[in-house]
Design a protein around this ligand. Sequence first.
Ligand code: GLY
Length: 426
Amino acid sequence: MKILVVGTGAREHALVRALSLDPAVTALHAAPGNPGIGALATLHAVDQLDGAAVTALATSLDADLVVVGPEAPLVAGVADAVREVGIPVFGPSAAGARLEGSKSFAKEVMAAAGVPTAEPRVATTIEEAAAGLDAFGSPYVVKDDGLAAGKGVVVTHDRAEALAHAQACLAKPGGRVVIEDYLDGPEISLFVLSDGIDVVPLVPAQDFKRARDGDEGPNTGGMGAYSPLPWAPADLVDEVVERVARPTIAEMARRGTPFSGVLYVGLALTSSGLKVVEFNARFGDPETQVVLARLETPLAAVLLASATGTLGTLPPLHWRDDAAVTVVIASGGYPGSVRSGDPITGTEDADALPGVHVLHAGTALQPDTDAEHLVSAGGRVLSVVGVGPDLAAARAAAYAGVHQIDLPLSHYRSDIAAAVADLPLV
Ligand code: GLY
């Protein structure tokens, strides 16, 4: 199978890595990819938001499957463009991707489908936003309605900060915000594959969204993750499938916009039961890095089944008994304005450690030099993944990898999976 993966992040590197281990995959291409992906796939300098260019590339490669990783190309309709020429594509249409592209649309679908979630207030003026904040009280939750590259959500006890975020979102063209009650309780990410009708859940993971240890600092795209979750209820996945995924997929089909690809269900286990915090229309980053590290079933046929409407005939997925932990190394300044062009060393030494692999995100090769001259080129730079027989071993492997890597002024969290490391896997 010839596969083209669209995207540039560590999530796409994880997808390419898993596909490279699948004997059914005969050729791997990425657009535009990154230096880490370039070690496993042929890179093509194509704008990932340009549906016509991605389609032309897929056609010229005679691709059997296109996998669209990030949300922005999905919302821009790249999957629609590829699908139109008859090439199977993993990822929802632009209409399906509205589940991520508009928080208020997602809430509307959840309400119609009876999915448990916090009651929202949608505001288009600062007065409505202020009234929403006062109705729900602290901690305040303010979400940009549209895509915001991981920076759209502010959760704070500071009303002025909440209002300032609402103001910044409202200032964008067509800006609006969703204000809602804070959902207490631990958060879980569960990815559910769909072909528009059937659903297949993957295994749950937990993400660490705040920049600093102890869940301090600003929200980020995610600073680390682990799987499995030994503390999660045994029936969690079944409950999410029955109460969230199936009703949502059915509601999208009923509206004439069937959703295929991966529905990322962000959940909180609150004192009054599970509630959806957010939907995304793509794999999570960095959760994908740990979920795919545990997947034993070859990935290509799984993604193709979603793309071709045949998930119902897919044999059950197999998972390794191992645990996986990933730690993100971020550039100085992240999630604010970040440094770039700083030299990165030690990734090969980290990769050589048992149970460790390094996935690239914001990296670049310095022009006119060789692979030794890897430099930072973004906020989240690397995801170091550790795999082991339990969470303590996986965590130790991930941090052993992190300690091999040097990137001036970079930062990472030192507490990923720390609180659960000693729990036995069930
Ligand atoms: N890790 C959060 C996200 O992918 O949106």
